[in-house]
Design a protein around this ligand. Sequence first.
Ligand SMILES: [Zn+2]
Ligand SMILES: [Zn+2]
Length: 415
Amino acid sequence: MYSAPRGVPDILPEDQVYWHYVGQKAAHICQLYGYERIDLPVFEDTRVFVKGTGDTTDIVQKEMYTFEDRGGNSVTLKPEGTPSVCRAYLEHGMQNLPQPVKLFYISPIFRYDRPQAGRYRQHYQFGCEAIGEADAFLDAEVIDMAWRFMKSLGLRKILLYINSIGCPQCRPDYLGKLRSYYKGHVNDLCPDCKIRLEKNVLRLLDCKQPGCQKIVAAAPRNVDYLCPDCTEHFAKLKEYLKMLDIPFEVNSYLVRGLDYYTRTVFEIQSEEEKAQNALGGGGRYDGLIETLGGKPTPGIGFALGIDRIILNLKKEAVDVPPIPAPQVFIASLGEPARNEAMKLAAALRQKGIGVISATSAKSLKAQLRQANNLKISKTVIIGDDEVKAGTAVLRDMFTSQQSTVKLSELPKLLK
Ligand SMILES: [Zn+2]
Ligand SMILES: [Zn+2]
C-alpha cells in the first residue's frame, strides 16, 4: 500500500463542494474589482525566488522544493505566487499596458514546512496582484477586496491587521533602532532569533516563541520611524479604510516575513487561532519588479490560503451550496430494457439532463435503493412490458408516486 507524501493531502470528492464554492467566489470578486486570471507554471527558475522572495527568508532558506532538472538547471516548485506574477509581468511586456495591471491566480504552492491542520506542504492559494501604481488608494482597494472576499464566503470570526514597514529611505533608521534594542536582549532570544539578529532584523518581530514574544512586545515600533512620505501614505490608507467601513486594527509588529514588502502590510486572521493560523495577507512590494530586472515599478497584492479558509468554513459551519448532481436515475430489468435505458440516458444527457443509469443487472429493489442512496428525485423504470409498449414508469422518489409515460415524451417531461 502506498500513501500520499507527508503533508500533502488528497482533495476528495466530498470536499470538492468547498473548493468549488471558494473558486466561484474568488472569480466573482475578481470580476467585480477588474482582475484578470493568470495561470503560472508550477515550477520556475530557482533564481526567481532566491532574488524575488529573498535569500534570507525562511521560505528560501528552509522550505523550498528545489531540484536540478535533467538539463542541469535548478528549478523550484512555486513556494509563493508573487515573484512568478512579477516575472510574467516583465516577460510579457505588461509594463506597456494601462497601469495598474491587475491579475489573479489560484495555484498550488509548495513548502517543506511542518505539516499540521490547514498547513500543508502542497496547499493552494488565491492571490491577487496590482502592479504599476503606488497610491494608497490602491492599497485600500486591495485590502477592501481581500476583506470583502472573506466576508462573501460567510466567514464571521475574522480579524484584519495592518501595518506600515516603511521604505528604503526610512527603514534603515528603524532597523538600527531595532538592532540596538535586541542587542540588549540577545541572551534571551531563541536560536533562530540569534541568527535573525545577524541576517534580517525585521524578522525578529515574526517569532512566535513565547520567550521572544515578550521581547517583541516592548520593541520599538516601525510606525514611529516612518519618513514623511510613508507617514502620509499610511495615514491615507487608514483614512480610506475607515471610509469603506473596513474594521481593521494596526498591529505595529506585523511584518509578514518576506523581504520585498514596503510600506503597507496586512493580514487576515481567524479570531480563534490568531497569528498561529493566518488565513492570508499581503502587502506592497515597490522594489520587487526592479529586483527582478525591471524598471522601478510599484506593486501590491495578497495571497489567501484556500485550505485554511475551508477549514474555517467548516469550523464556522458555513452553509455551502451543493454542486448540481444528476437528478434522474434509470432502472431497467432485462437485456432489451437495458438497451432502451442506455439510449434514453444518452438522449436525456443531450438535452442537458444529468442521468445515472443502473449498470449491472440487479433486482428492481436494489436499483431503487441505489437511486435513494444517491438522493435522486426521479427514477425511470423500464421492463419488458414497457419496451414493448414504448413506455416507462416514472417514479417520484420522495412521494413514491408512479405514472406510466411514453418514452418519447420523457425528455420534455423531465426538463
Ligand atoms: Zn519611508
Ligand atoms: Zn525567537
